[in-house]
Ligand binder design. Structure first.
Ligand code: GLU
Length: 371
């Protein structure tokens, strides 16, 4: 994560160096930072429900992006008021309709959005990644225990025990007490047990003796055929269960997502990624609800911003979930403005200053390293 951050910092600096006019203009406003067009109290849209960037704790806004904005506003020498939105789409609409001056959360800079808004320099390196339940990790060997206790197999065993009783009774009746035969006791107990043993052994093609009476032989032949069908059915059921188990635990990257139910947040770049590929999705306003849907088994996976997923996997979700595969769609977070907003340059300047002063790094360490 730290190296990722260095890359962002590096990216921001390279950008700044390669655009001297912007930097020169920005530098002029460093001391004092206030710029004439910037209103003294800014309305700042944010989006609650993407910890650790923005979340609510006892009704208070917390998170990396909230603290970053606090530092930016100190640099700018402005007051601000947060306007809370429940998803990124609403946040962007608020910026577009000029209800607010600026928006900050975990907003990805995309080409679509760049057409309708202005963005600050990248403030965080992100990208899309996949999260699944922790149990589907490790070896891809099937879980035999859960297979044997699966409802379909238990049902099959139950039926088998009931069916075995039928030939067992007939065989006991026709073969009991017969000399030189199957040595089945004349009395019901233990005779019926001996007959059951014969029926079960025949089912597994392991019988060591066969009936001698005509009725017994007819029943034996019917039972042998029934056994062949039963074994075939049993094999098919086990194979199906194993295949399903294998499929369920096989999400290792974006190529495994088609056919799965994938949870994410409304209006996000992840939601767009999934709909572009016709992958069935469950959309939530808060990413925490997406985590719940995964834990409850309603969703097979979550596709969302890598730093958000990583944070959950290392904290509340530790041991229960895991992030799999690489970041498959790189994205950067930015602060969003209406097109041609006079705020963009001062905010960019403040971002660079925070980096140069090491304040950005302190915030980064606080939220992504020391916790
Ligand atoms: N980075 C995501 C986006 O900008 C965040 C989505 C969200 O906040 O739910 O689309």
């Amino acid at each position: 994560m730290r190296s990722a951050m260095r890359a962002v910092a590096g990216g921001v600096l390279v950008w700044a160096i390669s655009t001297p006019p912007v930097l020169a203009q920005a530098n002029r406003s460093v001391n004092p930072p206030a710029v004439p067009q910037v209103p003294k109290t800014l309305n700042v849209a944010t989006r609650v429900g993407v910890p650790p960037f923005v979340f609510e704790e006892n009704g208070e806004l917390k998170g990396f992006s909230i603290e970053l904005w606090q530092k930016i506003s100190e640099e700018l020498g402005v007051q601000y008021k947060f306007a809370r939105n429940s998803n990124v789409r609403d946040l962007l609409n608020a910026v577009k309709t000029d209800k607010v001056d600026v928006g900050i959360a975990a907003i990805s800079i995309t080409s679509d959005r760049e057409e309708q808004f202005d963005f600050s320099y990248p403030m965080f390196e992100s990208g899309l990644q996949i999260m699944v339940l922790a149990k589907s990790t490790g070896s891809s060997s099937p879980n035999f225990l859960s297979l044997f206790f699966s409802p379909s197999l238990l049902q099959l065993f139950g039926i088998m025990i009931l069916i075995v009783l039928v030939p067992a009774h007939i065989i006991w009746f026709s073969e009991r007490g017969r000399d030189g035969g199957m040595e089945i006791s004349h009395s019901y107990f233990p005779g019926i047990f001996q007959a059951c043993w014969w029926a079960a052994a025949t089912l597994a093609t392991q019988a060591d003796s066969m009936p001698k009476a005509v009725v017994g032989r007819i029943v034996a032949v019917i039972w042998m055929f029934t056994s062949v069908v039963f074994v075939a059915y049993f094999t098919a059921t086990v194979t199906t269960s194993l295949t399903v188990q294998q499929l369920q635990s096989n999400i290792k990257g974006p190529d495994d997502l088609p056919g799965k139910v994938v949870a994410t947040t409304k209006g996000s770049t992840s939601a767009k990624y999934l709909s572009d590929r016709n992958i069935q999705k469950l959309e939530f306003t808060n990413i925490n609800d997406a985590y719940d849907s995964l834990l409850k088994g309603e969703a097979d996976a979550i596709v969302f911003d890598s730093p958000v997923l990583m944070y959950y996997a290392a904290h509340q979700g530790k041991g229960r979930v895991q992030v799999v595969g690489e970041v498959f769609q790189k994205e950067n977070y930015g602060i969003v403005f209406a097109t041609n907003s006079p705020l963009r340059k001062p905010v960019n300047n403040a971002l660079l200053t925070l980096q140069e002063k090491g304040i950005y790094q302190q915030l980064y360490d606080k939220w992504f390293r020391d916790r």
